[in-house]
Ligand binder design. Structure first.
Ligand SMILES: NC(=O)c1ccc[n+]([C@@H]2O[C@H](COP(=O)([O-])OP(=O)(O)OC[C@H]3O[C@@H](n4cnc5c(N)ncnc54)[C@H](O)[C@@H]3O)[C@@H](O)[C@H]2O)c1
Ligand SMILES: [Fe+2]
Length: 401
């Protein structure tokens, strides 16, 4: 297809997705602060839930992260059974096992306690079980008719914002390519942003997941699908990340920094749930699918490279982010402000220990990675669509010498 028709086709496809997302979206009832997970547990009891499935992963269960919530649920008359089979970037098979358990145990609700992987897995368990669908039948936009089983979330990482989005990312069993369930029905009914449960998050995961929140803030803000509401959340999230991520990484016990990052994650989620993401995610998702690069780490490494190439196309919006984040002032030129934003991201990456390159990318894979990233990027509202050379250059720059 000639480039002009391609871009026209991309825009038409995006307009369709945009119209679906622009429907008014429900917002979760949100509890914030230390012990807010216990307040959510009380609310779940008051909603009349009597038995729920907790969706989580083994490391969190072994760390004892579920205990306070299980005790609080029990004291409010809610029994809990646990599905701890979630792995990072969950596959359809992992979700299907959860669907089988929620049905076998006759649970009347689902509660995610975990990072984005557990929350996404739980979203699809709650949706598929209520509709009697397999995971494959849920992948796509608005594939299910019935609402989810009542669904709640307690994020334990601060980054994906999945606690606020209509999106669940599920990987293919064989290729690990990421697919998405996009449906307003999977936005949690209520969520708790509890910094106590994030205290034990190791610095490298704090850093990577925090940069996912920053990527959401920036990609939603510079993209073409944003609106007043998503712009507000994007700016707020970016400011919080620049101000609080270094402290959350170096002093994980600082509850104020943890809470600020939990809010940054939620705000980033509020932004992408309507305004979507861009090439940073398109490239990072494919590094995750092919080599298992964690989602936030991939985003952190790719973000400054993509912004370098978009700074002429998104100069004004990058300048506004820089001003709101306190990186520059209104008196400065937009092109200087855009560059200051990029420089600050490089500096932040270095400060929090994000490597600039990786040795996992194999030269023989590069053309396929470019194809996959360009194909995914074509469905995002990016300020400009990349050509092959540009995309290839970014991937080459990520490779260790
Ligand atoms: N639905 C959305 O809107 C959305 C947005 C962005 C990303 N995602 C998806 O989210 C997934 C990534 O989620 P993530 O970055 O939160 O990581 P994750 O959920 O995969 O967790 C990463 C690791 O951190 C550990 N962990 C989590 N919380 C912990 C805690 N408090 N203490 C100690 N260890 C803890 C987990 O056990 C796991 O080993 C990807 O699959 C990505 O595609 C979804
Ligand atoms: Fe993300």
């Amino acid at each position: 297809m000639p480039p002009f028709y391609k871009i026209w086709f991309y825009r038409a496809k995006l307009k369709l997705v945009g119209q679906l997302l622009m429907k008014p979206q429900p917002r979760p009832l949100t509890f914030v602060g230390p012990r807010s997970a216990e307040k959510l547990s009380r609310a779940i009891g008051e909603f009349g839930i009597r038995k729920l499935l907790i969706v989580t992963d083994k490391p969190l269960r072994e760390l004892g992260a579920l205990e306070p919530t299980i005790v609080a649920l029990q004291s409010h008359g809610v029994a809990a059974v646990i599905y701890d089979g979630v792995l990072p970037d969950p596959t359809a098979q992992i979700v299907d096992a959860g669907i089988a358990q929620v049905k076998a145990e006759s649970c009347d609700a689902v509660l995610a306690i975990g990072g984005g992987s557990s929350i996404d897995c739980a979203k699809v368990i709650a949706l598929a079980a209520a509709n009697n669908y397999s995971v494959a039948e849920c992948i796509g936009v608005n594939k299910c008719k019935l609402p989810t089983l009542p669904f709640f979330s307690i994020p334990t990482t601060a980054g994906t914002g999945s606690e606020a989005t209509c999106i669940a990312v599920i990987s293919d069993n064989d290729t690990h390519a990421k697919g998405a369930v996009i449906d307003n029905k999977i936005i949690p009914r209520a969520t708790a942003l509890d910094p106590l449960i994030m205290q034990g998050l190791p610095p490298h995961i704090t850093a990577a997941t925090g940069m996912d929140a920053l990527t959401h803030a920036i990609e939603s803000y510079i993209g073409t699908l944003g609106n007043e509401d998503t712009d507000f959340f994007g700016l707020a999230a970016a400011k919080l990340v620049f101000e609080h991520l270094p402290e959350a990484c170096s002093n994980g016990d600082n509850l104020a920094a943890r809470e600020a990052m939990a809010m940054a994650s939620y705000y980033g989620g509020m932004a992408i749930t309507q305004a979507l993401v861009g090439y940073v995610h398109a490239i990072s998702h494919n590094l995750g699918a092919r080599y298992g690069v964690p989602h936030g780490l991939g985003n952190a490494m790719v973000l400054p490279h993509v912004l370098e190439r978009l700074k002429d196309d998104a100069q004004e919006s990058m300048a506004r982010i820089a001003i709101h984040a306190g990186i520059g002032t209104w008196e400065e030129n937009p092109d200087l402000l855009a560059q200051k934003l990029i420089d600050r991201i490089w500096q932040l990456n270095e400060q929090i220990g994000i490597p600039a390159t990786t040795d996992v990318i194999k030269s023989e894979d590069i053309e396929e990675l470019v194809d996959a990233a360009l194909s995914e990027g074509s469905s995002y509202p990016t300020p400009r669509y990349f050509g092959r050379d540009e995309c290839r250059q970014i991937i080459e720059q990520l490779r260790s010498a």
